[in-house]
Unconditional design. Structure first.
Length: 485
């Protein structure tokens, strides 16, 4: 393979964004403003709220203590790693560090005032640090959303080279392209010296071989090198690459051949200088325990009560349109392959099921996850109910009865389940849900393969925290009508 020396090819992509270096500074400024705002609210609250026994003027005492609390609070966040460049953009570590640092700062402030006998208002102390945690978390959340939005538009990205065999390069690139919010711009690939290809199967240009990773990374102005499977012949070779890269300020990321496993199931434990990755078993069995069932029972009961007026209005609209059945009861496959009657408001003509085969033939689609835009079977009231997912409200009764869960893979009919391969049968390990990971990730705009991958990810990596996150994102997906038809 000819090693490319043409600088025009190496630098053909847009210049890397150097604004990323200002992320820690931006976070520091946001934290400082929010802490100052929290302090101001705490001062006003201590003076005005009637829950305290006596009114107090604490402005004078805070002339000295205020700046000290602000600076020490920011210092503790910094010492906890809250401004490290690798915490921004993904994962919960950033929020954990801010919360833990705030608790430590509160403890230090309380102990410091006690030891120095400084008369700090207890009301101010409780309000400041009590409000500080949600304020700072919301500030970081807003910064992260702004960062993700910018990256999806092509800004604030890191230029990367992927090192490895062509198959591993394409596999890694597929994940990075799918998750565009990560902000990685793939500018080329490096392969072992025996691979003479000009580009990978997915079209990524091969700029040279892995033995010259450092020099090629500098020539391509790469911000990071991703070492995927087949990138190096031995740990010694990887270590030498690290030595060569350290003086060029190029980040190094090792991408193991492990995908669709959540961070909570992975732990790295160095043993004798060898970092061993431990992967915990899939967590689908935890989704069958009493905690999730109690959450479903209470949650569905509250939602049924809250949506009763809307349920009644939708039922009336369906009946007035064609005097046909209000509910559509269909046999679906639930947990462990058991059948149950799934309730939905009828949004299609009465003979909709009889028309499925003809529509599949016209569109050339299989029965698995069959969906189509502008479905001629949908009635007039059915259109607005589907747009805002009102047609699925009767499934709250399925949840209450225990056939379904609020969160989980969507229930499917027997003919769809019959098409499952061995991997897809894992969907049946948990109760089907009213909403799930693929619904809040694009709904019907996703391909069948993407929807299946997200369902399997949910089953293998279930957690109550993930359920709460999906439930909160569902409201945004419903009101925005993303992918709904």
């Amino acid at each position: 393979m000819t090693i490319l020396s043409d600088n025009r090819r190496l630098t053909s992509a847009s210049a890397p964004s150097r604004m990323l270096r200002y992320l820690p500074t931006s976070a520091l400024i946001i934290d400082a403003v929010l802490i100052a705002l929290t302090g101001t609210i705490a001062v006003i609250g201590r003076r005005e709220l009637t829950v305290f026994d006596t009114p107090a003027s604490i402005a004078q005492s805070l002339t000295v203590a205020g700046p000290a609390i602000l600076l020490s609070w920011l210092a503790v966040i910094a010492l906890a790693g809250g401004y490290a460049k690798d915490v921004f953009g993904a994962g919960l570590d950033e929020f954990k560090r801010v919360v833990n640092a705030t608790l430590i700062a509160g403890a230090v402030t309380g102990v410091g005032c006690y030891l120095t006998k400084f008369d700090l208002s207890r009301g101010f102390f409780l309000l400041a640090f009590g409000l500080g945690i949600p304020f700072l978390v919301l500030g970081r959340y807003a910064l992260r959303n702004a960062l993700h939005s910018a990256r999806r538009r092509g800004a604030l990205r890191q230029r990367i080279l992927i090192v490895g065999s062509r198959a591993h390069i394409d596999e890694t690139a597929a994940v990075l392209r799918r998750e565009s919010w990560l902000g990685y711009q793939i500018v080329g690939a490096l392969t072992p010296e025996w691979d003479l290809s000009e580009e990978t199967a997915s079209g990524i240009p091969v700029l040279g071989n892995a033995d010259e990773a450092a020099s090629l990374a500098v020539a391509a102005r790469a911000d990071a090198l991703f070492f995927a499977g087949g990138s190096v012949g031995s740990p010694t070779q990887l270590r030498r690459n690290l030595w060569d890269l350290e003086k060029h300020h190029v980040d190094v990321v090792v991408a193991p051949s492990v995908t669709d496993i959540s961070q909570d199931r992975i732990s790295v434990r160095p043993v004798g200088g060898l970092p061993l990755m431990h992967i915990d078993p899939p967590t689908w069995s935890d989704a069958s325990r009493w905690g999730k069932r109690l959450f479903d029972l209470v949650g569905s009961g509250m939602l049924i009560f809250a949506f009763l007026p809307l349920i009644g209005f939708a039922a009336l609209q369906i009946w007035l349109f064609d005097r046909g059945p209000i509910l559509f009861r269909q046999t679906r496959i639930g947990k462990d392959g058991e059948e149950f009657k799934c309730f939905k408001f009828r949004t299609m003509v009465v003979n909709a099921e009889d028309l499925v085969a003809d529509l599949q033939k016209q569109l050339g689609q299989s029965a698995l996850l069959f969906k189509m835009k502008d479905d001629p079977r949908i009635t007039r009231p059915g259109k607005w109910m589907r747009r805002f997912s009102v047609d699925e409200l009767p499934q709250l009764f399925n949840v209450f009865l225990g056939d379904m869960s609020l969160i989980g893979p969507r229930p499917q009919v027997q003919r769809e389940v019959d098409l499952y391969d061995s991997a897809m049968t894992r969907r049946l390990h948990v109760r089907p849900g009213m909403t799930g990971l693929w619904q809040v990730s694009g709904r019907n705009d996703l391909t069948a393969e993407e929807a299946m991958r997200l369902d399997l990810y949910y089953v293998d990596n279930w957690s109550m925290l993930q359920d709460l996150s999906i439930l909160s994102r569902t409201f945004g997906a419903v009101f925005a009508s993303r992918g709904a038809y």
